[in-house]
Design a binder for this molecule. Structure first.
Ligand SMILES: Cc1cc2nc3c(=O)[nH]c(=O)nc-3n(C[C@H](O)[C@H](O)[C@H](O)COP(=O)(O)OP(=O)(O)OC[C@H]3O[C@@H](n4cnc5c(N)ncnc54)[C@H](O)[C@@H]3O)c2cc1C
Length: 483
């Protein structure tokens, strides 16, 4: 138990409340971890006070799949444990089609990256054309993000199943099928440098930051409000695990509490414009499983990770996952029937009516109004969903791998894909966006957002690489102001 609390140095909010910070970051997920690392790198020589505050506890020191004792069932249970995840449930969705909603917000040191699948795809230029940051600039920041996240296409390389699948797809109508870029580190352990972090997470960025600049960290510390005086941020209010409130002073605050955490803080503070909490988006996801006979291949011990990217006339992407690299020491029975997951991620419209708001009645364990979510798919979203379902059958047929089970091409409930975004989206117009193109909250000096909440539109690519790229850009902007 003592070790569980000492693998990274952290202090109590009471101690942080005695300091005056130059920069405070809220949240240690993809956005918060990236901003911390980049600021510590860019400001390494500056005498600045930096702090980072996390609502969750220290639970695992790395991506769960880097743990040799990783057990897929235990982690699934951990992921469902309300101690580490806040669920937003409703079955009362209105809109084109009533679909149950079950969004979830990880509350844990490291955020969603403790569990994420590491799929790291750039947004397509068709989608980036709608963003307030130029494609050229995005490409510059994507390159940095890919470097620090060790993004590679090598994961399934050499597997006969991967080669057969790519060949069949390319010959049968999907010439753009390719290997999925994933954030995993293939560097061998050598010359005394131990690589124990194959799967990337924001905890690695926080570890790198530790070696660049000193910073204070508080965990089990829930930020409830940002404080603004005369149009300028002056600090935050946070509660400790025993629900005691503290005021922390800061000249710059970066909110990286995620798609639900950020608007929750802003709405409860009465800060930000009309767009705060609105334009909630995700990726509509259509799942199917394909049947493969092991005996049809030379060997199937490898894995497959295939991407069919979106195109100008197709507002969705496909991912195919076969085999796994989980549970390295588990002995599994060799079965002749093998299943491949085929998932389609569709673009979802950014609509004002898809939103999070403060619940007028319910309060959370910190005594502040809970969030409620209104979300539905539009008719346009439903058209893309129908196209994805029809195209899934075409992909299965191109692969000569039938869909397993009658009619088993299913629409996943919104939130089940964990790609929520957009509640503090970036844009030029303060009426329809929350931050400007650098992640600065419109109209408030020194207050920024950097995480999935700022993504301007959903596109079709898994969100995290784009979030990391934009968070680096926001950190560069802040460091230029502070140098
Ligand atoms: C099982 C799973 C698989 C996934 N696979 C992929 C994938 O393959 N590719 C991909 O691109 N994405 C994937 N994702 C999504 C990815 O994890 C998210 O896109 C990413 O984590 C979002 O980063 P974020 O910084 O916006 O939020 P988070 O990572 O959720 O971080 C927010 C942090 O803020 C903290 N926080 C919240 N509120 C407060 C508060 N009030 N005060 C203080 N701290 C607070 C939270 O505890 C959390 O640590 C996956 C997610 C899951 C769960």
């Amino acid at each position: 138990m003592a070790y569980m609390n000492s693998w990274i140095r952290h202090i109590h909010l009471e101690e942080m409340a005695r300091e005056a910070y130059d920069i405070l970051i809220v949240g240690t997920g993809a956005g918060g971890g990236t901003v911390l690392w980049r600021l510590c790198e860019r400001l390494a020589k500056e005498q600045l006070r930096i702090g980072i505050i996390e609502a969750g506890d220290l639970v695992v020191p790395t991506h769960t799949q880097n743990l040799p004792t990783y057990n897929v069932d235990d982690v699934a249970n951990m992921w469902r444990n309300p101690k580490y995840v806040k669920y937003y449930r409703t079955n009362a969705a209105s809109g084109a089609v009533p679909i149950p909603i079950d969004f979830q917000q990880p509350i844990i040191f490291g955020g969603g990256m403790v569990h994420w699948g590491t799929t790291s795809i750039r947004m397509d230029p068709v989608d980036l054309a709608e963003w307030p940051v130029s494609i050229r600039e995005m490409n510059y920041y994507y390159k940095i993000a890919e470097r620090i996240m060790n993004v590679t296409r090598r994961v399934a390389a050499g597997s006969s199943v991967q080669e057969v699948m790519l060949q069949r797809l390319r010959e049968n109508g999907f010439p753009e099928a390719t290997d999925i870029p994933m954030a995993v580190d293939f560097t061998a352990t050598q010359n005394g440098r131990i690589n124990s972090s194959f799967f990337f997470s924001s905890i690695l960025l926080i570890a790198r930051a530790l070696n660049l600049h000193s910073f204070d960290l508080a965990v089990k510390a829930r930020v409830t409000r940002v404080l603004v005086e005369n149009g300028r941020v002056s600090g935050i209010e946070a509660m400790s695990r025993d629900k005691k409130p503290y005021t922390l002073r800061a000249k710059t605050v970066v909110l990286s509490a995620g798609t639900f955490g950020n608007p929750h803080i802003l709405l409860h503070s009465g800060v930000g414009g009309n767009a705060v909490g609105h334009y909630l988006a995700n990726h509509s996801t259509v799942d199917s499983f394909l049947k493969v006979q092991r005996s049809a291949f030379a060997e199937v011990s490898g894995i497959s990770r295939v991407l069919i990217p979106r195109s100008a006339d197709r507002s969705y992407q496909f991912l195919l996952f076969g085999g796994d690299y989980y549970q390295p020491f588990k002995i599994k029975p060799l079965s002749d029937e093998w299943r491949i997951w085929l998932g389609a991620h569709g673009k979802v419209q950014s609509r004002y009516e898809n939103k999070v708001t403060l619940d007028p009645v319910r309060r959370n364990e910190y005594g502040i109004p809970d969030l409620q979510i209104s979300f539905s798919y539009s008719e346009e979203d439903m058209e893309i969903i129908s196209e994805m379902a029809a195209a899934s059958v075409l992909v299965a047929s191109a692969l000569k791998m039938p869909v397993s089970g009658e009619g088993e091409v299913c629409l996943r409930h919104p939130g089940g894909e964990n790609h929520e975004m957009g509640t503090c989206r970036m844009g030029e117009n303060p009426e329809t966006s929350v931050t400007d193109r650098f992640g600065r909250i419109h109209g408030i000096l020194g207050l920024f957002a950097a995480d999935n909440s700022v993504l301007p539109t959903s596109g079709t690519a898994n969100p995290t690489l784009s979030t990391v790229a934009l968070a680096i850009r926001t950190a560069d902007y802040i460091s230029e102001q502070l140098k």
